[in-house]
Design a protein around this ligand. Structure first.
Ligand code: NOJ
Length: 567
C-alpha cells in the first residue's frame, strides 16, 4: 500500500499556491495599508440615507483598485447611534439598517476574493444603554449581579444627589448619570454609553465569546476601542480624575482610569484566543495615554500593535515628523511590534484641511466659525496632505487611511447645526461642534441625489465642492489625489522591504530623506511651495506628488526614488 501524500506539489498550481500563501500569512498586518470604512458614510445601497454593508461590498472594486491590503470597519452593530455606532446594543449582529449577518459574510467573501483583509471594531469599554445587560441592570436594582457588570455607585452628599466622584466625560459634563432609584452609573463617554466593569469575570468571558464569534466568521483582525481604559481602580474612595487627555497619566500605571497594569492580563487572554486561529488574528489598540507606555499593549503577548496618533498630532514640519518617526520606530524595535501611522480618521479634522490652516490653529474654535476664520488655504492643504501621506506610505509599519482621503476631501466645517449628530455638540452645550464634518457621505459621482452615495440624500448633506472631488471625476486624471494614492499604494506593494529605514542627512531643515534597505528612497520638502527646490540625488523617480522644478524637489512635495541609473 502506498502512503497517502498529503502535501501538494508547490509547482503544480502557482495561482492556488499564492492564494494559500496569502491566506496563511500571519504577518500581513505588519506593513499593511489599512483603509478605514465608516460604514454609514461609505455607500448606501438602498437609498435610506445611511451607508450599509451591501453598499460597501459593491464598492470592493474601488478598494481593490486603490491597492489597500485591509479594511477596518467602524461599528456596524445594532445601535441607537448615540455616538455614531460606538454605543453597541448587540455585539454579535448587524444594525438592521446596515444589513444582516449574511451581508457581512458576503462582504468578507468579496473582500477576501479581492485579497483584502477585514478588521472589525470592538468596543469593550462601554455598551449602549439599550444593551440587554444595561436594561437588566436598571431593572434589577442596587446590589444585583446585573448591576455588577457595570459601574454603579451611590452618590455623595447628604442625600446622594452628587456624583460619586469628579470624573468627567470625554464628551463634556460629568462621567456619572443618576438612575431613578438614586444610584449613579459611570460613563466615560455619553450617558448612552455605560462603562463595563472589567474586573467582572462575566464581562471578560462575554467578550471572549464575541471575539470568537467574529473570528469564526473569517474576520482577520480587531481594532480595540478605548483600549487604554478598560481596567479601572474602583476601590473606595474613588480617586480624583478630571483630566481626560490621557497624556498626563503617570508612567507607573497608577492612574485610576487609564493605562493601568491590569490591561496586560485582559489582553493576554485575548491574545491566547487570537493565537488559537491560523493565521492568528491581528489586533490593534486605540491607545490614548503616554506614548512611553504604548509598548505594553503592543507586545506580541498582548494585542500585538497599538495606534499612535503622534504623526496626526504633529505639525507639517520636517523636524516634527522626523522626531515622531524616530521615536515610534525605536519603540517598536524594542517590542517586536510594528508601528502604525495615521493622519486622518473619523474622530479628527481631515488632514487636507488641518494642513490648510496655520500651525497652532484651535481647530474646535475654527469649526465654530464655520471654517471661515482663519481662512483655509485649500490648495496648500491638499499639496501638504499628499506629501505627508506618501511619506507615511514609505515608512516601515502599517499605514491607516481614512475613507475619502484618497479623494483629497476637506473637512465640512459649515454643516447646518441642526444636522449635527455628534454627542460632543450637545454635551458641550453647543460650544464644540465635534466630528460630523469628517463623516459626510462620500461622493462617488459628480451628479446624483447624493453624488452616487445613494439613490436619495445622505444622512449628512454634502457640500457643492464634493462633486469635483467625486471618484469618477478623478479617475484617470493624472496628478489627482485618487491617482496619486493609487500609484503610491501600487508601488508600496512592489517596493516593500524589511521594516527599517535610515535617514540620509540633507543639510536642510525643511527636507527629510529616508532610505529603505532595498534602495527605495522617499524625500519630502516641507518648505513652502515657492521655497528653494532641493536637488534630487541620483536614482529613478518612481512617484512625485507634484511636478519637479528643474529636476529639483519643490516645497510641499514628496518624491519616491529607487537607486539605479536613470532610464
Ligand atoms: C473612540 C472612537 O474612535 C470614537 O469615535 C468614540 O466616540 C469613542 N472611542 C467612544 O467609543
Amino acid at each position: 500500500m502506498t502512503d497517502l501524500v498529503l502535501t501538494r506539489d508547490p509547482g503544480a498550481d502557482p495561482a492556488a499556491d499564492a492564494a494559500d500563501r496569502w491566506a496563511l500569512d500571519a504577518d500581513w498586518w505588519r506593513q499593511a495599508a489599512v483603509y478605514q470604512v465608516y460604514p454609514r458614510s461609505f455607500a448606501d445601497s438602498d437609498g435610506d440615507g445611511l451607508g450599509d454593508l451591501p453598499g460597501l461590498t459593491a464598492r470592493i472594486g474601488h478598494l481593490a483598485g486603490l491597492g489597500i491590503d485591509a479594511i477596518w470597519l467602524s461599528p456596524f452593530y445594532p445601535s441607537a447611534l448615540a455616538d455614531g455606532g460606538y454605543d453597541v446594543a448587540d455585539y454579535r449582529d448587524v444594525h438592521p439598517q446596515l444589513g444582516t449577518l449574511d451581508d457581512f459574510d458576503d462582504l468578507v467573501a468579496a473582500a477576501h476574493a479581492a485579497r483584502i483583509r477585514v478588521i472589525v471594531d470592538i468596543v469593550p469599554n462601554h455598551t449602549s444603554d439599550l444593551h440587554p445587560w444595561f436594561q437588566a441592570a436598571l431593572a434589577a436594582g442596587p446590589g444585583s449581579p446585573e448591576r455588577a457588570r457595570y459601574i454603579f455607585r451611590d452618590g455623595t452628599g447628604p442625600d446622594g444627589s452628587q456624583p460619586p466622584s469628579d470624573w468627567v466625560s470625554h464628551f463634556g459634563g460629568p462621567a456619572w448619570t443618576r438612575v431613578p432609584d438614586g444610584q449613579w452609573y459611570c460613563h466615560l463617554f455619553a450617558p448612552e454609553q455605560p462603562d463595563l466593569d472589567w474586573s467582572n469575570r462575566e464581562v471578560r468571558d462575554d467578550f471572549l465569546t464575541t471575539l470568537r464569534f467574529w473570528a469564526d466568521r473569517g474576520v482577520d483582525g480587531f481594532r480595540v476601542d478605548v483600549a487604554h481604559a478598560l481596567a479601572k481602580d474602583l476601590s473606595e474612595p474613588l480617586r480624583s480624575k478630571t483630566d481626560v487627555s490621557g497624556l498626563n497619566v503617570p508612567l507607573d500605571g497608577s492612574d485610576p482610569l487609564f493605562d493601568r497594569d491590569e490591561l496586560v492580563e485582559i489582553y493576554g487572554e485575548w491574545r491566547r484566543l487570537f493565537n488559537s486561529y491560523d493565521p492568528p488574528r491581528a489586533a490593534v489598540a486605540e491607545f490614548c495615554a503616554r506614548p512611553e507606555r504604548r509598548y505594553r499593549v503592543a507586545l506580541p503577548t498582548s494585542l500585538g500593535q497599538a495606534f499612535n496618533f503622534d504623526l496626526l498630532e504633529a505639525d507639517f514640519d520636517a523636524e516634527a515628523f522626523r522626531r515622531v518617526i524616530t521615536f515610534c520606530l525605536d519603540e517598536v524595535a524594542a517590542t517586536g511590534s510594528s508601528s502604525t501611522w495615521v493622519l486622518s480618521n473619523h474622530d479628527v479634522l481631515r488632514h487636507a484641511t488641518r494642513y490648510a490652516l496655520p500651525a497652532g490653529t484651535d481647530l474646535d474654535a475654527w469649526l465654530m466659525t464655520d471654517g471661515t476664520t482663519p481662512a483655509p488655504d485649500r490648495a496648500r492643504g491638499l499639496r501638504r496632505a499628499l506629501a505627508a501621506t506618501t511619506l507615511m506610505l514609505a515608512l516601515p509599519g502599517s499605514a491607516y487611511l481614512y475613507q475619502g482621503e484618497e479623494l483629497g476631501l476637506p473637512e465640512v466645517a459649515d454643516l447646518p447645526v441642526d444636522r449635527l449628530e455628534d454627542p460632543i455638540w450637545l454635551r458641550t452645550g453647543h460650544t464644540k461642534k465635534g466630528r460630523d464634518g469628517c463623516r459626510v457621505p462620500l461622493p462617488w459621482t459628480a451628479e446624483g441625489a447624493s453624488l452616487g452615495f445613494g439613490a436619495g440624500p445622505g444622512w449628512l448633506p454634502q457640500p457643492a465642492e464634493f462633486a469635483a472631488a467625486a471618484a469618477t471625476a478623478q479617475d484617470g486624471v493624472e496628478g489627482s489625489p485618487l491617482e496619486v494614492y493609487r500609484a503610491a499604494l501600487r508601488l508600496r506593494r512592489e517596493l516593500l522591504t524589511e521594516e527599517r529605514l535610515s535617514w540620509v542627512e540633507t543639510g536642510r531643515a525643511d527636507v527629510l530623506h529616508l532610505a529603505r534597505p532595498n534602495g527605495w528612497h522617499a524625500l519630502t520638502h516641507f518648505g513652502d511651495v515657492d521655497a528653494e527646490p532641493y536637488p534630487l540625488p541620483a536614482g529613478v523617480v518612481r512617484l512625485a506628488t507634484r511636478p519637479l522644478v528643474d529636476g529639483g524637489l519643490p516645497g510641499e512635495t514628496t518624491v519616491w526614488l529607487t537607486e539605479g541609473p536613470q532610464a
